[in-house]
Design a protein around this ligand. Sequence first.
Ligand code: MN
Ligand code: MN
Length: 462
Amino acid sequence: MDTKALKEKLFLTRDNLGKRLAEDEIATAFDFCEGYKTFLDNAKTEREACSYVEALAIQQGYTAFDSKKKYNAGDKVYYMNRGKSIILARFGKKCVCEGVRIVAAHVDSPRLDLKPNPLYEDSEIALFKTHYYGGIKKYQWTAIPLALHGRIFKRDGSFVDINIGEDENDPMFVVTDLLPHLAAEQMKQPLSEGIKGESLNILIGSLPFKNCDESESVKLNILNILNEKYGIVEEDFVTAELEVVPAFKAKDIGFDRSLIGSYGHDDRVCSYPAVKAIFDCEVPEYTAITVLTDKEEIGSQGNTGLKGAYLQYFIEDLAAMVGVPARDVMKKSLCLSADVNAAHDPNYPEVLERRNAAEINKGVVITKYTGARGKSDTSDASAEYMSKVINMLRDSGVAWQTGELGKIDLGGGGTVAKYIANLDIDVVDVGVPVLSMHAPWEVVSKLDVYSAYRAFTVFFEK
Ligand code: MN
Ligand code: MN
């Protein structure tokens, strides 16, 4: 054997998928991403993502889960949790008592949430106060077009859903920034302090109410517009969840159109493939479950996050149907925590350790552990489970690579994996590498998105 062949036999290598895939496979992947881009533009908040997926699921023949009903192999059900997280399940040929297969992704993304009492006027300009949600670099959120999404409850208990800034004819919103001419002091600040949380205030109007001599007439004018349009008064902001998100649409990036720029790839880029995979799989051996969860970006707390009990209760219901304890189902169950990881960026090569860093166009990233500084606070997947997952992908020709979330002593982060592991379920993170993660406009590779879809499909079918 010559040394070239010996190297090929012995070395771990990763080809760019553009080189490895046939033309028609690349075309299929690009085509898959057209549906993904539509999803991105229609699902910018967790509520929108859940209702969009619910509508798709109903089209696919999914019905609302009823724990008192009896289900057979191939049956399709969904469970909507408070409109902000959703579970899709397809019953398998094997009894639920043999365990289930779970792909769990999240549908919340970093953004600016309105405070409970957001509206004020200063210097005859009307603004909204915000409290940012998730990990953001605050300076990235100034001077970009913003849209307002969410739900407002009125005193009579009815609600209105708001979506302003997405339609071509809608107004948009913005957080203003200081001109460079007068920013000498600001520019001396560290990036984390140049823009303060309390200055991420949204510009929403500037005209006073007509013929009004009262104070705060600009605020009055805004409230009057909102009252005429939505029937709301200022107190109704308290009973609202309003989220300010980038108004950008998902677009192809690059002369070769190989990439997608969008808000909220983390973690719609795993959510959409997880939904498509359960829709497209044949009647699975094991009951297949796709979970789209909320609150991952703020630590998975709350009853719509995976630190909450809703997934466990769902499995308890499945177990009760076949008369076994839920713990016996969970200990035999497998899960892919479908979340993104950082892709190596040639502009910032110093933050990742190259031999263990994920790269775009190299397929799904398997992240054995997250955390940092001594694997702190992570679920470290076992060799047994790593072997099982990688063999599934290898046998089916799905491109995969490994990743870490940054150099050991540098940063870190977490996913929902540890909360699922705590249910006595085997779990590992498998997802898509992202450039500019958590920025208002993140970047992913189309071939990686399609690899995620293939990976989740194989996981459900094996
Ligand atoms: Mn994520
Ligand atoms: Mn994230």
